[in-house]
Each structure stands twice: as C-alpha cells, then as structure tokens.
Design a protein around this ligand. Sequence first.
Ligand SMILES: [Zn+2]
Ligand SMILES: [Zn+2]
Length: 435
Amino acid sequence: MIRFAFQILMRVQLARNHYLFRTVVQLQLFGNLRVMVSTKTAFIYLLGLVVVSTSCRTVDTDTGHWYKGNLHTHSYWSDGDDYPEMIMDWYQSHGYQFVALSEHNIIADHEKWVRIGQDSLKKVALNNYRGRFGDDWVVDQLDENGLAIKLKTLEEYRPIFEEPGKFLIIQSEEITNQIGDKPLHLNATNLRNLIEPQQGESVVEILQKSIDAVQQQREETDQPMIIHLNHPNFHYAVSLEDMIALRGEQFFEVFNGHPQVHNQGDSAHIGTEEMWDLVNIAYLRQGKPMLYALGTDDSHNYHRMGRQWSNSGRGWVMVYANELTPEAIIEALEAGSFYASTGVTFSKLETEEGTIRIEVAAEPGVHYHIQFIGCRQGGDHSEVFEEVDGVSGTFTLQPDQLFVRAKVLSDKQHPNPIEQLDMEMAWTQPVTHSH
Ligand SMILES: [Zn+2]
Ligand SMILES: [Zn+2]
C-alpha cells in the first residue's frame, strides 16, 4: 500500500512542516484520498486526476503525510549530556514528528541515576530540567556521595510528548561493538528487547551478527524493526569492502551530525556519499536490494554549540508514511519513501521505478541546484547524469544506466554546520529499473 501511495498519491503534499510560502489548497477526492497541492499546480492536478482516478479507485484509505524525524540521538541514559525529556522537548518544538533516542547498549526500561557531583554542565542541565518540568517531576536523592537524579524510563516520559499523528517516540538502541580500535555502531530502531554487543574476528563478522540479531528479534517478536549502519567513517572503522560484504543491510548514514564522523572522508578515504554509490553498484550486481541513506543528528551535546560539538538539528529524514506509527514509518523507510536532509525540503517527490521528479519547497532568496547522480550499466563509479539550476527537475533512467538518485544543493548557510558541509542540502533515495 505504501509504495502504491508513494507512487500515485505523491503529487506532494507537503503542506505541514514546511515553509511553503505559496497558498495551499486541499482537494478532497473520492473517499478518503486527499491530496495537498499548491494553488499554482492545483489546476494541473485536477486535470491529471481524471487519469489518475481510474487507477486509484481501489484506494480508499490513503492518507499519507510527510513526517520529519531523527533516528539517532543520545541522552544521559548513555553519553548524551541532557535528560531525555529535555531532548524530546527540543525536537517536538522544532518541527519534528518522530525521534528515536538511541543509547549505547542500553534501553531506558529500568532504574538508572545520574550523579550531579561538581560537574558544572550537569548543574546547568538540572536547573533547566527543574525549570522546564517542575520539582514534582524530578526525582532526586541526596546521600554521602552528593545529589543524584533518577532518569525517567521511556514509558514514564513517553506520555508527556506523544500525540497521535503529531509526535512519536520510537524505542531504539545503538548497538555499540568494537574490534581493536574500530568502533562498530549500528542503530536498531523500534526494537523490543536489548541486543548485546557482538563479538567476532572481523569487522564484517561483528556487523553481520548485529544485523542478524535484529532480524532474528524481528522474526521472534513479529515487530517491525530496522537496523542501520552508523557513521562508517568514524575512526574509518568500516570500509567500502566491509559494507559490500554485508547481507540485509538496507540503510546507512550518508550524513551524521557528529563532528568526528568524516562524512566527507579525507585524502586517504572516500566520503559516505561516494561510498553509497559504490555499495549500490555492488549490491545491484549481487542482486541485493539497494542501500538507502539517512540523515541523522547523533546528538550528544545539548549545552555547548558549534562545529566541535554534536548538536541537534543538523540532519534528519523526511518520511512519507500512511500514519505516524513505528510500523508505518518503518514500512515507508523500507519502501524508500523518504529522503535525507540537512535543510532542503521538497514540495514534490515522485520516485516511480526509473524516474525521479522533484520540486523544492523553495525559500525566498535561496538558490537551488539539482544533480541527478547515478551509474551506467557495467560502470564502476557514479557520475552526474544531469544538472538543473532551479527548483524542479525530472530524470528518467535510460536503458544503459543502472540507477539514479537526486541531490539538491542550496546556497543557504546551514545554521550549525560540520565539516565543509556549510550549505543546506538533501538526498533522495536511488531508483533503478523495474525487474
Ligand atoms: Zn556511534
Ligand atoms: Zn551515536
């Protein structure tokens, strides 16, 4: 259903969450099918619906929306420097609809205390916490070792924030493994039970065991959950060859907002975006599903801001899903019905097999540049097939081309950038020919 919705209904529909400066009208179509379009394009779509409706008559429940989410964040439950409620409060008040707090090898389901001591940051955080949620909410304890604060479990703080269709918190864990000096991190989103770090003789073995553990839990619990590979260039721990060897790895972070993850690589290592294309060349050759790319914050620092800190609001995903539930979000992610962004928003995104159509929700005074990037059949590297200066573009894959994706660059300064990624941008997922 979701893929169908994405292909047919998609004529966009941003509406909420976006800085659309055009007037938006809502068209109530047959049954529950709703489409949000700008006035500028409404007439075109009304014409188009004559055609579309003949193939849509079986659709009676499509109510897709775009949801903004961050799938990678830390709190005091592991090595973040704030309380979960403060972090959720930030995301909820900054236009996000879902967040996964992904702690290192722990889920927030038991008793845990944070000791304040003489740490000035912890004192600031506690003051802010009391100020925002009140003394009655904060559970503290003073003993011979000083003041300690009891962290709330997910089930305790979830009701403060969650609202159907408006805000969702997804249970998550950053499965944090290590081999030698190489950190091997993968996020399990919407898992039910903790997954222990894995042991192994190689990078690939450890990563594969984590992937398999999530798959096994999914089968045992019948609960949809996904795993994604985090920041492969953090300590340059995961190589291109490692990623190519994995089975069942459908997602990775093309953008991670932590300042030490080397999204862009260096003189000796390729960046994550090039890695993404090379992995997909190999995956398609091997008959594997294509790898999809996420943008995430990986935020740890909530009091110190700037390039050297991992702050919130740097990278996210926009997911087109039928509803705001973990199941629907995961279904949409697995269908490729999403894009990664550090600031650019689309007002239109259609990704039928072989074709990508995009239109940017343009902000006044900002200039946009669209690149359609892909690989030719039999090729061993990606290239820019076509470039457009402007806010919209369409590209259809030719028979001699293997896959294509779109990247949108802007000349708008990111408010809090890392590396040399100073301007806001966005990445669609790749599409290939139908089989
Ligand atoms: Zn990590
Ligand atoms: Zn992390």
